[in-house]
Design a protein. Structure first.
Length: 461
């Protein structure tokens, strides 16, 4: 049952910006596939896990999962086209550490089209958007964004043409409700047996699925409460999406379908940035108006953090800074490093353009440390360029070294090693002193340190 339903569950958890549910579901599906020796299923699950880790900025983990997937493909006798298509395009784009990355993404796109695999075609285009944004190639990102949205518009609503732009469409709202209800039904019936305890500890506003890192109880029987909770979340999401669709149609530019935008909720923040950087306000506004009900219905810190970051990009100068600070605060949890790093970067760029160079350097420095810690080369280069423009010489990154610390832990450790107190670090990164203390305790444990005085030397090794 889990192997039949996990993809639907992953899609739904992604739409709800619920990384805990997605991670737990994929972990369980992985365990079931391994126990049953289902190599084909396991390969697909590993690919999904690699993509999920990539979206959270856990690129080293994503690399390991992708390598295992390639080993399974080889063992299954996969041909060159199949191996080509099972590259993780977004992982390639985030790393951007290979001179051939543009060519590799093009090959993946060509292979997907040759095999008629629309899902992989979409992922390849999404990777191209990430790469272009990291490179600061906003015109290139805009061209790919329009191609991505146009592709989805051609396949929206079971292959039917999307409704024309600038026209509110009640049928579209009804279609979204029907799809959400179908998703809810499939999750309730297909996943409750394999994922029954997911909603037992639901918090108000969003539903975590991991109990302080402990394994969830084993799946045995269907849980009516879980099914009801899934249905309630689906209904809430459907209401939000249906409410947002007519407004999105009103502001859509020629060739854009906000209905199609809604099919890629997690890419909407990137599309907002692309539109703003290129002066394509129609694209940015359509993406934000589609993102808003999705993120609000989800209610997770991840969703609300990327929403605040996107709103800041389009906000008047007087309103933007509180939104950037809110984004940083919401995204400072344990599992959203890539979006937090982008929030620091965008906030720093905004500050620099307002000649607040000292404040800008703090944000850009945090972004650079995080991107380097993730090995996100293109974004690190972009942050370094901005930091240099803000008046701070940038020391080239050391090569051939890895760190056991997450990017957030590394940022906090470097600040503490420079002599900053917990309160000062919290104020600089817009997080609580308790969060700083939590991360520093993990740093001490990972690096086998006993005092802050040892940090600078340990990080210099």
């Amino acid at each position: 049952m889990v192997l039949r339903g996990y993809q639907l569950g992953v899609w739904f958890a992604t739409l709800l910006w619920d990384h805990e549910a997605r991670t737990e579901l994929l972990r369980r599906a992985d365990a079931v596939a391994r126990r049953g020796g289902a190599l084909q299923h396991l390969n697909g699950i590993l690919f999904c896990r690699s993509m999920a880790e990539t979206t959270l900025g856990r690129l080293t983990s994503a690399d390991d999962l992708a390598a295992e997937s390639r080993q399974i493909l080889t063992a299954m006798g996969a041909g060159p086209s199949q191996r080509q298509i099972y590259r993780n395009p977004e992982l390639l784009a985030w790393h951007a550490d290979d001179d051939r990355v543009h060519e590799l993404l093009r090959r993946t796109l060509d292979a997907a089209r040759a095999l008629g695999n629309g899902a992989m075609e979409t992922l390849a285009l999404a990777g191209a958007v990430v790469l272009a944004l990291g490179d600061g190639d906003y015109a290139g990102a805009r061209a790919v964004a329009h191609e991505l949205v146009g592709q989805d518009a051609a396949h929206a609503l079971d292959g039917q043409d999307a409704p024309p732009a600038r026209t509110a469409d009640p049928a579209a709202s009804a279609a979204v409700r029907r799809e959400a209800e179908s998703l809810a039904e499939g999750l309730a019936e297909g996943l409750a047996e394999g994922f029954p305890h997911a909603h037992e500890t639901a918090r108000e506003g969003h539903s975590p699925h991991a109990l302080d890192g402990q394994d969830a109880p084993p799946a045995r029987t269907a849980d009516p409460a879980a099914s009801a909770a899934v249905r309630r979340e689906a209904e809430s999401l459907a209401e939000g999406l249906a409410e947002g669709l007519p407004h999105a149609h009103e502001t859509a530019g020629e060739g854009l379908s906000p209905l199609a935008l809604g099919l890629h909720a997690r890419l909407l923040p990137a599309l907002v940035e692309v539109g703003v950087r290129c002066g394509d306000r129609l694209l940015a506004t359509a993406a934000l108006r589609t993102l808003t009900p999705c993120a609000t219905a989800a209610g997770t810190p991840w969703a609300l953090g990327v929403l605040a970051r996107s709103q800041a990009l389009l906000a008047p100068a007087a309103d933007a800074e509180p939104l950037y600070r809110r984004a940083v605060e919401l995204l400072s949890g344990p599992a959203t490093d890539s979006d937090l790093a982008v929030a620091h970067l965008l906030y720093g760029e905004w500050l620099r353009r307002r000649r607040r160079r000292k404040d800008a350097r703090e944000q850009l420095r945090a972004a650079l440390v995080m991107f380097r810690g993730m090995r996100a080369a293109a974004y690190a280069r972009r942050a370094a360029r901005e930091l240099a423009a803000a008046g701070e010489p940038v020391v080239p990154a050391r090569t051939g070294t890895t760190s056991p610390l997450t990017p957030q832990e590394l940022t906090i450790a470097r600040l503490a090693g420079d002599g900053a107190t917990n309160a000062e670090i919290a104020a600089q990164l817009f997080i609580s002193a308790n969060t700083v203390d939590y991360h520093l305790r993990k740093v001490f444990r990972k690096l086998d340190l006993t005092s802050r005085r040892q940090l600078a030397r340990a990080l210099a090794r």
